[in-house]
Write a protein that binds this ligand. Sequence first.
Ligand code: F6R
Length: 369
Amino acid sequence: DKGGWDSFMAKEITENPEAVSNTLMGRIQDGAVTLSSLDVLGENYFREIDRITVIACGTAFYSGQTAAYAIERWAGIPVTLELAHEFRYRTPFITDRTLVISLSQSGETMDTLMAVRYAREHGAKTLSICNTQGASIPRESDAVVYTHAGPEVAVASTKAFTAQITALYLFGLYLAQERSTLSSDEIADLLDEFQTIPEKMRAVLEEHDRIKELAHWMADARSVLYLGRSTGFPIALEGALKLKEIAYIHAEGFAAGELKHGPIALIEPGQPVFVIVPSPRHDDSLHPKIVSNIQEIRARGARVLAVIEGGDATVLPYVDEAFACPPTSEFFEPLLRVIPLQIFALELSTAKGLDVDQPRNLAKSVTVE
Ligand code: F6R
């Protein structure tokens, strides 16, 4: 049931806020995280691990890449990411102090399942973050934290992505509690901000028509580039994946710092570029860096559409169009910045008269290698 929407994808994008709030539900108590499904791993387990390896494919991989920044910062543990199909065909470094986290909406992706089996056979504990109760991957893992995004029907993943980041952030804060790497006040503050995200997502969703207008502005583009730094980088990759898979437009995401190492050669007059711009309020130097990247590509004729924080006037003189998201703290920004990119792909696909929910050549769950 599309609930009055033209496609499942359109409906599922509007369910992002519930995907986040339902995944948080019952897991925050008195300013702390409770994840009782992790108790099976043993009392001191989370103090003993020295590395986390995240395995996934596609959009799930990008959710892991997004959350890795926060988990490393909060829990003081190295987090490496690996595509499941690469992981299983090399000799990955795994010990009994490695936690292998798999991310999968369906819980049936063959490459991810085989990578989980490999990890277990080599002595690692495995944690599944999955949206489908009782699927193969959670069944074969040592522990599971379910995302509660609800059924996702459209082939292109949207609300499962934000639910995965939510579950990973809860896990990261839980780990910080267990390892005493953040104070209880710091954790409580982060959880307070986390709980405002569904409301802020709704504010973004209310601007659907504005994003649709921006999409039409790029309707005849042959190629669209996406740039970001830090968590904006995997969001750029995810935005590009959405556009390829449902609008069949060549799209590529880059870490903005890579531009001068090659990709800037692609910029010619009229080239549309999405830039994910972090808040200028954050305590890092990312904002001026991204503004100078924008100046570099603008000087070469790029048409820049920036996804910014509302009220960030400093960037406006340098861009052609801007879409503003509500302010939030550093690690929660990607949960808001990704939504306009999802809507943008949806609207370009619709404008081209394509089947949004069933793109050619793709299946919802990839149960073959
Ligand atoms: C993209 C998309 C795919 C899946 C990937 C993993 O929109 O849907 O890239 O994310 O095939 O699927 P799961 O999460 O079911 O393992």
